[in-house]
Design a protein around this ligand. Sequence first.
Ligand SMILES: Cc1cc2nc3c(=O)[nH]c(=O)nc-3n(C[C@H](O)[C@H](O)[C@H](O)COP(=O)(O)O)c2cc1C
Length: 140
Amino acid sequence: MSKILVLYHSNSGNTQKMAELVAEGARQLEGTEVRLKDVSNADHNDLVWCDGIACGSPTNYGSVSWQMKQWWDQQPIENWGKLDGKIGCVFTSAGAWGGGQEWTCMTLLSILINYGFLVFGVTDYTGVRTEARKLVGGLG
Ligand SMILES: Cc1cc2nc3c(=O)[nH]c(=O)nc-3n(C[C@H](O)[C@H](O)[C@H](O)COP(=O)(O)O)c2cc1C
């Protein structure tokens, strides 16, 4: 059984929709238990509980929303160094192309890394592969 925490903050609902889709995807994996939580109703027990986290914030001024940053800033120091080795990934919603979403994601990743989460890369773009892409890349 894998326990996945989908932790998000959303001002106007877009990141929330993304979080719901991430949770929906995670639930499709057999043997996975998912908690979908806004920062207003999540606490350090959720971090202790999970094996992995997907953390999402809107891009605000090219960075993480203050509500998400505050949530991490207020985590009890007693947890520090005790939760290392869990898996982490991040997502963001932004209004513009080149609106700073990569910075937001890097900032979220930096928070997770500081907290002891392991983050990872993949060797190709993720997402649904189109028929055209299959033809060009032959990647299936
Ligand atoms: C205070 C504030 C700052 C924002 N800063 C950016 C920004 O730097 N870059 C960008 O592309 N969009 C920016 N936006 C737009 C939001 O990122 C975008 O609307 C996002 O989808 C909102 O997500 P949410 O509905 O989860 O709050 C900003 C919005 C607000 C309210």
